[in-house]
Design a protein around this ligand. Structure first.
Ligand SMILES: [Zn+2]
Length: 119
C-alpha cells in the first residue's frame, strides 16, 4: 500500500466521527454481487459527479450515508464534500479538482473499501 494513503487512513481512524462509518453486511453483499471492478467504476463516477467541479451541487449534502459502499467510504475518508476535502486533505475549495487529486481520492477510497471488504 501507498505509504501516504496508509498514513491518512491511520489519522482517519483516530477520528471518532470518521471511524463511525463502516461497511455493513448489506454493503459487503452488494460488493459480492456487483464485483470490485464495478465498485471501482462507480467510485470514479461519484468523484466526478459529487466532488470534481469547482462548485459541486448541494456541496456539504451531496453524499448519502447509506446504500452504496463508496458513499460510506467517502464519509469515512472525509471525501464527502469540498469542505471536508479542504479540512482533511488540504485540497482548496472553489476550483476544479486536478487529475492527481482525483487519483489520490480514488486510491484512498478504494484502499479503504477493499480493506473493509477483505476484513
Ligand atoms: Zn463533508
Amino acid at each position: 500500500m501507498d505509504s501516504n494513503i496508509a498514513e491518512v487512513l491511520e489519522k482517519l481512524e483516530l477520528s471518532k466521527f470518521r471511524n463511525s462509518f463502516h461497511l455493513r453486511k448489506y454493503l459487503l453483499k452488494y460488493i459480492d454481487e456487483k464485483g470490485i471492478s464495478t465498485i471501482k467504476r462507480h467510485t470514479v463516477d461519484f468523484i466526478e459527479e459529487k466532488l470534481a467541479s469547482a462548485h459541486p451541487k448541494n456541496d456539504g449534502k451531496q453524499t448519502p450515508t447509506k446504500n452504496h459502499p463508496t458513499f460510506i467510504a467517502m464519509h469515512h475518508c472525509a471525501c464527502c464534500c469540498r469542505s471536508c476535502l479542504e479540512k482533511w486533505h488540504h485540497i482548496p475549495k472553489g476550483r476544479e479538482l486536478t487529475k492527481d487529486e482525483k487519483n489520490y481520492i480514488y486510491r484512498l477510497l478504494m484502499t479503504w473499501i477493499i480493506r473493509e471488504y477483505r476484513g
